[in-house]
Design a protein around this ligand. Sequence first.
Ligand code: ZN
Length: 236
Amino acid sequence: MDKKQVDTPVTESADEALQHIVDGFRRFRKEVFPQQEELFKKLAHEQTPRAMFITCADSRIVPELITQTNPGDLFVTRNVGNVVPPYGQMMGGVSTAIEFAVMALNVHHIIICGHSDCGAMKAVLNPESLERMPTVKAWLRHSEVAKTVVAENCGCVDHTTLGVLTKENVLAQLDHLRTHPSVAAKIASGQLFVHGWVYDIETSEIVAYDAELGEFRSIDEGPVPLATPRARYRHD
Ligand code: ZN
């Protein structure tokens, strides 16, 4: 944040910011809710989401908007850098949400979605920017593996590094996801599928990892690329 922004009187704009949100809620309650009352009545006592969606906390990513889904469709978990800590290291919010989604809600898909211009990925590339943010720094050590993969293999020039790292980070978090016993067991029996996506804020394109090809490709047309290893067991 530059000096000018810090010096802006915050009280007024903070009030306006809150008012904007409250006005939005009032509009929702008055205009939107009545149109979808049936849906909310149905959702009042149960949820059967179509997928779990793990993405960055970035305000520019709105999972329900970009997938045109309704309340009840996506079980969403968000954090800085769309990180999934490996199993056992951290019994925190992400691990809890994964276990709940897989075991209690029985979701069949988990999508990890990174995005363009990600502040977390920029911070991974410039760790000195995190000197005064020890918590963010500690959290992003789960992305260190992606940084190393890029550094040792990519030979990228400056302006392409961020994009490559963002994709590698999604793949690293997919690897971490598979260390969770609930996830591993259901992937092995073909009951759970995992997906690695990257969303471009400026163009709205989504590319998904195709494990067979070993590369990301657009999901605009054709069969959706799959990042899931083959099932080894069958439960009919
Ligand atoms: Zn981000």
